[in-house]
Design a protein. Sequence first.
Length: 152
Amino acid sequence: MEQQVERPARVPQKPRYSLRQTAFDTVLGREEEVLSQAGEASFVVVPGAVGEAFLTEAEGRDLPDGFSVIAKDPTALFTRSEPGVPVYVAREMRLLAITVNPVSGGGFSYEPREMVGAVSREVCRVTGKKVPVFDVVSGESNAGEVYGVAVG
């Protein structure tokens, strides 16, 4: 018995991307220029630092749906808050531990146990992972709470 199968009138095609290198080595101080040149691009790959100004400028523009910023790795990201556009990295990093200094050059300090706990909770909230946090001044840490960590 022969079965009829309807075919769609047009088969959807995968989007095609073309890469075009910018003339800039950095976006720092050239945020508007780089984003203007991006036009209808789906993403911008940033070779150097990605600062707050670039992400804020991108968020405020009428860019294509799904527009994203791609940085080389997490050390190139300099932002104080969650960016308004998706940010990806070309190379992930393994975060093995975090060090904190509860004493500010401005003359104020935090209670070491509270600071280690606050940083630990926030990292766990954002990443879903428990990461050892060490206070470099007092020696306070959460290493005993993190499975598989040896401190010597």
